[in-house]
Design a protein around this ligand. Structure first.
Ligand code: KG4
Ligand code: ZN
Length: 371
């Protein structure tokens, strides 16, 4: 069975073709067109601009993926959550193709997609943007699985009891972790998306230099709140000499700001301490959930899963808690939005014949799994 998947929920236009046989799959072709350069100028994703770029890219991208391939058996498309204008482009492309070629359609939740990204092994020998035919991989999650989903739009803990069986046990009350990284990075004068830049600076900083708050870390639930941490970061920059240079980047040369004359704290220390605060909260809540739910698998997924401190701290702490739990992390490139994860998440829907006629498929920006 061959599945064509389409993803356009935020600022990546992506298509993928996979072949599934029993419990294994192969990636036949995949490609992601990133819009980062377009949105950089605005300091974040502008929905209308994203939609326009998706509209320009999506048909050539699908054509490229299907070139020389047999007709797919199923089309899977992300229909939520995400930016409505962006989702609509992928959904309408999928509906058109389904109608014109008589191919059944499956709607996939973006978060469900991220969870399935861990099925693609790390260092898989193919790269997004370089269609290949190498590699046969297993569909082999063990349940229950606790999934920590951290991206620019989401911070959630989901208990996955089986394929398609989810319970959302934690979510953020305000900002997502990636959003908190990006907004703080903006204060430092870093381009969008700033998360990777903070984490790069953090590599050589002291994570204990500044004692940032760990919001909700002690609360007896699995929820998060990151807006206050972002404000603490703002106040820190404002109240220290590091601040003047960083919150008014226009008046100072962009780039690295050295260290505060009033203390020995450098911008690297700032980044490391800020990153540590986010990682501490995410990992503490996940371990707390492990105690209650005794999972066989812990999954980390979403764009922020690229963060090394988060990957390492989560793996070490889960292993310390119970070394029989398998920690599954996505390959760095598959942690970002891509269509192969959407194809993988559609498999169990297809097995259950959970198709949606093209006439009734709608984009749903607020579709949450496991509520
Ligand atoms: O999943 P994703 O590609 O798009 C959304 O669905 O949001 O996630 C993008 C987010 C951005 O906020 C970006 O700054 C963050 O992931 N991110 C990181 C790192 N790499 C990407 N945050 C912290 N450290 C990183 N290394
Ligand atoms: Zn995403």
């Amino acid at each position: 069975m061959k599945i064509l998947a389409i993803e356009s929920s935020c600022d990546d236009t992506a298509a993928s073709l996979i072949e599934v046989q029993g419990n294994t799959f192969k990636i036949l072709a995949e490609k992601t067109a990133s819009q980062i350069d377009i949105h950089k100028v605005y300091g974040g994703v502008v929905p209308e601009v994203a939609a326009r770029a998706h509209a320009e890219k999506i048909i050539p991208l699908i054509e490229e993926i299907l070139a020389g391939q047999p007709k797919p058996d199923v089309i899977a498309v992300t229909s939520g959550p995400g930016l409505l204008t962006a989702l609509l482009v992928g959904v309408e492309a999928a509906k058109n193709l389904s109608y014109l070629q008589g191919i059944p359609l499956v709607r996939v939740n973006h978060i469900e997609g991220h969870i399935h990204s861990v099925l693609i092994p790390q260092k898989a020998p193919m790269a997004i943007g370089a269609p290949t035919t190498v590699g046969e991989y297993q569909i082999d999650l063990e349940f229950p699985a606790l999934c920590l989903i951290v991206s620019g739009g989401h911070t959630e803990i989901i208990l996955m009891k089986d394929y398609g069986d989810y319970e959302r046990i934690g979510k953020t009350a305000d900002d997502a972790a990636g959003e908190c990284f990006d907004k703080t990075a903006k204060l430092l004068g870093f381009d969008y998306p700033g998360g990777p830049k903070i984490s790069k600076f953090a590599e050589t900083g002291n994570p204990a230099a500044i004692n940032f708050p760990r919001p909700m870390i002690k609360e007896d639930n699995y929820n998060f709140s990151f807006a206050g941490l972002k404000t603490s970061a703002l106040y820190y920059l404002r109240d220290n000499s590091l601040a003047a240079m960083n919150i008014m980047p226009a008046t100072f040369p962009a780039g690295v700001f050295g260290q505060s004359p009033s203390s020995n704290i450098t911008v690297n220390d700032f980044c490391a301490s800020f990153e540590q605060a986010i990682v501490d909260v995410l990992v503490t809540k996940t371990i707390k959930a492990c105690k209650q739910y005794q999972p066989k698998t812990v999954i980390l997924a979403g764009g922020v899963s690229a963060n090394k401190r988060l990957r390492n701290t989560l793996s070490e702490n889960v292993q310390k808690f119970d070394q029989n739990i398998r920690v599954r992390l996505p390959d760095i490139k598959y942690g970002m939005d891509n269509a192969t994860m959407i194809a993988l998440a559609s498999i169990h829907h297809i097995q259950k014949q959970d198709f949606t006629p093209w006439q009734s498929l709608v984009a749903d920006p607020n579709w949450h799994i496991g509520e």
